[in-house]
Structures are given as C-alpha cells and as structure tokens.
Design a protein around this ligand. Structure first.
Ligand code: 2AM
Length: 191
C-alpha cells in the first residue's frame, strides 16, 4: 500500500499469471539446481508469477474500472512452455521465460494494456517482456539470456489481479481477483 499526500491509501496493483503447483516445483528446481552457482535471493515459491501488466498505485474507482474491464477480456486458454533462463544484469534479476510467446499471451497482455488505458492510465512505454523472476540481488554467474532449459509445460487457464506490498523480507503479494480464460465466441450449450 502507498499513502499519498491526500492520505488516501492506494494498493500497488498488477495483472499476472500465477503458476500451478507442478510448474512452481519446476521453477524451484531451477532456483536450487540449475542456478545453484548463482548467489542471490531465491523468490519464495508462493510469490513466483509472470506479470502481464504492471499497474502501480491506483485509487479505488480506477481499481474497480480495471476489474470490470478484466472481466470482459476474452482470450482462449493456452499453454506456455517455460524454456529458457536469462538475466536483467542491471536489476540483478535472474528469470525464467519463453523463447516464443504464444499469440494468446501477447493478446492477453494487449487486452490488459487496453483495459488500463480505457480506465485512464497512461500507456506502458516499455515492451512486454514476459518473465518469472527467480532470483533477486544476483550479481555473479548470471545465466546468459536465452539459455535453453528443459521446458516446463504450463496450461494457462486464468489470470489474476494482484496487489504488492513492500515488506522488509521482500514483496508480499495478495491475489485480489481471478478471471478464467475463455474464447470470444463460446458456443451456447445445447446450441
Ligand atoms: P520483476 O519481477 O521483474 O521485478 C510486482 O512488483 C510485479 O510487477 C513484479 O513481477 C515486477 O517485475 C513487476 N514490476 C514492478 N515494477 C514494475 C514497473 N515499474 N514496470 C513494470 N513491471 C514492474
């Protein structure tokens, strides 16, 4: 939560994909085995996620607008293959990511970008770089970006709106809402 000059408390929000337990186990293996030689802070299993759109601190009416817009998103479920490691050296972050983002992932990120702009937020200027942060404060023996790994297969069936709170032990995330992925033209039952 962020307190503003006007005293209003604003949650720092972001849209994300939260991995299922079997993918979390695979990510954990990457953190402790493949990346065993990399000094840094391992992200706790329950905090691992892929950010679709970082929103930042917003007032309640904007958050409500975002929830309504998210509920109207129509994207089919898809499968993510987490198949590479990489690093953002300046941020001291090591991540897992995808060599080729599926079109549904890009469409989902674009739909959420449109939702944010529709709710009056400024456009995101940075390119969408889908990744799951595995390590922070990593400054030595960083994996080269695009290091291939045995793919982790992640059937993506929903996306979430989460709130981030900064704590001394790291960021604390709360999932505020979840929406299932579904195609735009669902056939009517029995039709
Ligand atoms: P990171 O893992 O690469 O740090 C919650 O903080 C999530 O939003 C994290 O996944 C974080 O990415 C991402 N995030 C934090 N600040 C951001 C910003 N200014 N722009 C884009 N993404 C951000």
């Amino acid at each position: 939560m962020v307190s503003n000059a006007d005293g209003a408390v604003r949650a720092r929000l972001f849209f994300a994909l939260w991995p299922p337990p079997e993918v979390v186990r695979g990510l954990r293996r990457l953190q402790v085995r493949e990346l065993a030689q990399v000094p840094g802070r391992r992200i706790d299993p329950e905090r691992l996620h892929l950010t679709l759109r970082f929103v930042g601190p917003v007032a309640a009416p904007v958050a409500d607008c975002l929830r309504r817009a998210a509920a109207a998103v129509r994207i089919s479920p898809f499968t993510l293959h987490i198949d590479r490691l990489g690093a953002f050296p300046r941020a001291k972050v090591v991540w897992a990511g995808v060599a080729r983002p599926p079109p549904e992932l890009l469409a989902l990120a674009a739909a959420l970008e449109a939702a944010c702009q529709g709710c009056g937020l400024p456009a995101e200027t940075r390119d969408f770089a889908p990744h799951l942060t595995l390590l922070r404060k990593a400054h030595r023996h960083l994996p080269r970006t695009d290091t291939p790994i045995e793919p982790l297969v992640w059937p993506v069936t929903e996306f979430v709106l989460a709130a981030s709170e900064t704590r001394p032990e790291g960021a604390l995330y709360r999932i505020l809402a979840r929406w299932p992925l579904r195609p735009s033209a669902e056939k009517p039952v029995g039709g």
